[in-house]
Ligand binder design. Sequence first.
Ligand SMILES: [Zn+2]
Length: 250
Amino acid sequence: MLISTDGIVLKTKALGSDDYVYTILTREKGVITAFARNRQRISRGMGSALELFTYSNFVLFQSKDRYSINSATSNKVFFGIRSDIEKVSLASYLSELLIELAPEEGEDPTEYVRLFLNCLSMLESGKRSVQFIKPLFELRIMALAGYMPDLLGCTVCGESEGKSLCFLPGEGSLLCDSCVGHVTGQQMIQLTPGELAAMRHIIYAPMEKLFSFALPEQALKRLSAISEQYIYAQLDKGFPTLEFYHTLVV
Ligand SMILES: [Zn+2]
């Protein structure tokens, strides 16, 4: 059966001399693995359609749960990312998060596709920095994937404002300084009002407004560390692409 779907190439791997396997986030089927036998033949005339982070239309042959690529046509090539090693390393990490968290067949992947395409566009144009995009994507994809933290207020008394709220990565919740005594043995991170406002914005804002907030660079670095700790606490695993990113961006 032939199917046509738009999708973004998340990962490529050589299998043999000219055989490749692709991991693709598709609009129709979520994250799939697709094979390309004789890539030279397939990619002839297709330009960058099979390159990493390219948004392409794929014609796939499906046999049970196996896919092979018949043809591919690029919709959007993010040239401004491919020429910048920091942007490439971040996009690789975001791809790894998508492979981990985006749905496979059966659930609607639309919001994941929109989120990744918007982040790639912002990165490519330079409208937002890698330091801005990283925590935004991390927190937003966790919320999409069922790990939405409760950032409305203190989980014990409901206090929602002030300088005294701590974030608990293990619980995905907030505690105020009057209530921290109720909890022991948990990692806690004191949040500034600006950090909390940014986290709430990333989690709760509609997609059209997602990129419309600002934080100083130092606060973005803190936010990045907090979102990383949240992912680590919730998923209990590290990501090789994140380690590489940190060899380039502190
Ligand atoms: Zn409280």
